[in-house]
Design a protein around this ligand. Structure first.
Ligand SMILES: NC(=O)c1ccc[n+]([C@@H]2O[C@H](COP(=O)([O-])OP(=O)(O)OC[C@H]3O[C@@H](n4cnc5c(N)ncnc54)[C@H](OP(=O)(O)O)[C@@H]3O)[C@@H](O)[C@H]2O)c1
Length: 246
């Protein structure tokens, strides 16, 4: 308890899945969580859940795949806060197009949220993060790792995530004297991102023998954001029950 007391934390994609689980966990640890997402109804539910146990949360409805929206978000947040301790760049979508289905719109849409938004959020919140000597945690994917080579419908998604990994390493190195930057690579995690809810198709593909839960990820994000990880930066961390082992 209280590992995040006094900290202000932005979580993108906090209206469901891993973002929601992380928001609830951080709030239980005393953080004030600023939830970002497009779906006002689901976001308000998360705020309500956090308020019920006495936690602090605010919802900022925003589609962060557009630069002008990110700038507007910075403006709104900086009206109430002068520093940000943690930015969890988590929002993302999962494109599962085979090569012949890919078109310009799908590529642009995926990169806009999975990659561009991470770069823009990092850029425009940097001064507030530096003020707090804070940290960024980017949510990439096992799909972005070099060991991931067998997805026939992952061309766009995996490429966006590989880009996030590269961006995270460069940012970690260039800002090592001011903030920490780490990147997580979840494997199969049971969230709303999966339209096909039959997770038995992953049986036998995960060495630890089970798919992950949002809390498995939230616990790692909490660790990376905490002082326990004060000497960690530039880490690319799989959270996948061993699934990315070659
Ligand atoms: N689940 C997995 O197995 C898995 C594995 C590896 C990596 N990941 C990554 O983990 C991250 C979280 O995904 P999840 O599995 O927790 O899925 P999820 O439950 O579908 O959550 C995705 C979140 O992203 C938000 N979002 C999407 N587009 C947005 C936009 N344009 N602007 C603002 N927010 C937006 C959604 O909120 P709104 O709809 O309210 O906008 C939602 O809260 C993603 O980056 C995903 O690629 C997932």
């Amino acid at each position: 308890m209280n590992r995040m007391r006094g900290k202000t934390v932005i979580i993108t994609g906090a209206t469901s899945g891993m973002g929601k689980a992380t928001a609830v966990m951080f709030a239980r640890e005393g953080a004030e969580v600023l939830l970002v997402g497009r779906n006002e109804k689901r976001g308000a539910e998360v705020v309500r859940e956090i308020s019920e146990f006495g936690g602090k949360a605010r919802l900022y409805v925003c589609d962060i795949s557009f630069e002008e929206n990110v700038l507007n978000l910075v403006h709104r947040i900086s009206e109430s806060y002068d520093k940000i301790d943690v930015l969890f760049n988590n929002a993302g979508i999962w494109d599962t197009s085979a090569l012949e289905e890919i078109d310009e719109e799908r590529i642009r849409k995926s990169f806009a949220i999975n990659y561009d938004a991470i770069v823009l959020m990092s850029k425009y919140f940097m001064s507030m993060l530096v003020r707090a000597k804070g940290s960024i945690i980017n949510n990439a994917s096992m799909g972005g790792l070099d060991s991931f080579v067998n997805g026939t419908k992952q061309y766009v998604y995996a490429s966006t995530k590989a880009a996030v990994i590269k961006f995270s390493k460069l940012l970690a190195k260039n800002y090592a004297d001011s903030i920490r930057v780490n990147c997580i690579c979840p494997g199969i995690i049971e969230t709303e991102i999966f339209i096909n809810r039959d997770f038995s198709r992953f049986d036998g593909t995960i060495p630890m023998g089970r798919i992950g839960q949002p809390d498995d990820v939230a616990k790692v994000v909490l660790f990376l954001a905490s002082d326990d990880a004060s000497y960690l930066t530039g880490v690319i961390l799989p959270i996948d029950g061993g699934a990315s082992l070659v």
